[in-house]
Design a protein around this ligand. Structure first.
Ligand code: GRF
Length: 191
């Protein structure tokens, strides 16, 4: 699992999804505590150690290769991103083509990018929900959507935090189920 944030989706997967062998984060974050509390090995590979500063060039490839090495050492064959806030260098998709999944808090192909929930609110659409998809080097790629849940109403008076929390509640239900379906062969990944 790759995570950067509060790790509530990660926690749901640990609780209800298939076994998680390793958690990798790109920064100090509560997701590390979620892994520790569950007794799952976790490693922080800080993108700052690869020169990351917002808005500047940095060694994205070196960072991605370090993530790749950690996954390889743990013999990971399926990677799930749950709120991982770094765009990985394409090099990782050479090894894990079709085997890196992601959850996005909008109905792809609508509202790609880091401000999906904010953009959903600004657009004034009545309903939203998460998308579980196969990640590629194309950001928020919609070509292989595994599950989508258009079941979260946008309510009058919603702000980004309130709407996002309701979307995350659905992600915490849907993502563990999708991962089980992949592991059990009910969903066939094109690799
Ligand atoms: C999720 O909404 C995911 O789609 C987005 O980041 C959020 C992760 O939430 N990319 P959490 O850190 O698991 O609470």
């Amino acid at each position: 699992m790759l995570a950067s944030g509060t790790g509530t989706v990660l926690g749901a997967i640990i609780e209800r999804g298939p076994p998680v062998a390793l958690v990798v984060t790109d920064r100090p974050c509560p997701a590390l505590d979620v892994a520790a509390a569950a007794g799952i090995p976790a490693v922080e590979i800080s993108r700052r150690d690869f020169g990351y500063r917002a808005g500047t060039d940095w060694d994205r490839r070196g960072f991605t290769l370090a993530v790749d090495a950690a996954l390889g050492a743990a013999r990971i064959d399926l990677v799930a991103m749950a709120g991982f806030f770094t765009i990985l260098h394409p090099v990782i998709f050479e090894r894990y083509r079709g085997r890196i999944l992601n959850t996005h808090p909008a109905l792809l192909p609508a509202f790609k990018g880091a401000h999906a929930v904010q953009d959903t609110l600004a657009a004034g659409v009545p309903v939203t929900g998460p998308t579980i998809h196969v990640a590629t080097e194309v950001l928020d790629d919609e070509r292989q959507i595994l599950a989508q849940s258009p079941c979260v109403p946008v309510l009058p008076g919603d702000d980004e935090a309130a709407l996002w929390e309701r979307i995350k509640a659905e992600e915490r239900r849907l993502y563990p189920q999708v991962l089980w379906d992949v592991v059990n062969g009910k969903i066939d990944l094109e690799v």
